[in-house]
Each structure stands twice: as C-alpha cells, then as structure tokens.
Design a protein around this ligand. Structure first.
Ligand SMILES: C[S@@+](CC[C@H](N)C(=O)[O-])C[C@H]1O[C@@H](n2cnc3c(N)ncnc32)[C@H](O)[C@@H]1O
Length: 173
C-alpha cells in the first residue's frame, strides 16, 4: 500500500515477526494500524494478545486499529445452512481458479479453519472484542468493508463481507 508502512514477516517495507511479542517502534508513535487477514495466523494467548498489547504501546492514545479476518460465525452458519456452497461461490467470484475439485463442498470449512495449517484460530465479534478490550482498546465496533474503504479509499476492494469479520477500535485515551 503506497503511503503506508507495509509490515510482513518477510519481503515487506519493514519485516517484523508479529508473533514475537515485540514491535520495533517507539511508544505512542503510530496513528493507525490496518491488518487484513493476519490475526488468524497468530496463536491467541501466546502471540496475538502480546501483539495487541504491544500495539497498545506503539499506537498513540485515541489512535485507530482496523482488523479483518475470517468470521467464525459466518463460516459456521454457512456450513449449517448451505454446506459452504454460498462461501465457495463467493470465493470463486473473487478467485475464479479456486476449486475443491471432486471433494464435497463441506470441506471448505476445513480450508477456512486451517488453511493448510496456517490458521491458528478464527474469531467472532465477541472474541475479537474481548481480545481488543483486554489489550487497552475501546469503542470496538463491528463494521463492514465499505466502512474501511470509506475511511481509507486507497485500499483495494476485496468484496469479502460474506465470510469476513471487520472490526475497528480506538486505543483508550
Ligand atoms: C492471508 S495473508 C494476508 C495478506 C494481506 N494482509 C492481505 O490482506 O492480502 C496472511 C499474511 O500474514 C503474514 N503473517 C503470518 N504470520 C506472520 C507473522 N508471525 N509475522 C508477520 N506476518 C505474518 C503472512 O506472511 C501473510 O502475508
């Protein structure tokens, strides 16, 4: 993203292992963090909570955090109501090459939960709200992708509201 400090574990503007519990930035030096589909790669207690706590240190009071990740509630509802067909078709509109082949559509729930061993845990709003408020954030709100794009028009549209949880919060002043 032009105009942003893009962070990943390798190959980014600023490579950081977000699971390490330490961030290399000064206290109160960051105005805003946006993270899409990363927090589910971190183990809740040993990696994500320490990261959110560190973000609470580097983000200035009143600063913003905007997160998205797979929504466990939407995924489970899709499994129960549609055997994942709606989320499969939705993904195929965004990634036309995505296919489960001859495997029954219910297998897509395994893909969302595990993603080849990359996903540690999924979130619903209650769990993510708890993680954020436990780490010093407040005013946690469930939003949609449209809210994120209205705030940051430079971000590319993903069109993934059907499967994703979007949340914003502020650092407690
Ligand atoms: C599903 S991709 C999402 C990439 C991008 N944020 C997006 O929305 O398209 C997950 C990303 O999380 C990164 N990631 C996973 N574990 C990480 C860690 N411990 N530290 C930093 N980045 C990590 C991966 O390298 C990968 O780029």
């Amino acid at each position: 993203m032009a105009g942003w400090l893009n962070v990943d574990v390798s190959g980014s503007d600023y490579d950081v292992d977000l699971a390490s519990g330490r961030l290399p930035w000064r206290t109160n030096s960051v105005a805003c963090v946006v993270s899409q589909h990363v927090i589910e790669h971190l183990e809740l207690r040993t990696e994500l909570l320490p990261l959110l706590s560190e973000l609470g240190r580097v983000i200035r009071p009143g600063g913003e955090i905007w997160l998205s990740c797979p929504d466990i509630e939407k995924v489970c509802r899709s499994y129960l109501d549609h055997r994942m067909v709606d989320l499969l078709e939705d993904r195929q509109t965004r990634f036309p090459g995505y296919s489960l082949g001859e495997v029954p559509t219910s297998h897509m729930i395994n893909d969302l939960f595990h993603q080849f061993g990359q996903h540690e845990n999924l979130f619903d709003f209650e769990l993510l709200e708890w993680a954020l408020t436990s780490s010093g954030f407040d005013d946690v709100r469930r939003i949609s992708e449209a809210d994120l794009l209205a705030r940051f028009p430079e971000f590319p549209e993903r069109g993934d509201d059907l499967q994703s949880l979007y949340v914003r919060a502020s650092l407690r002043s």
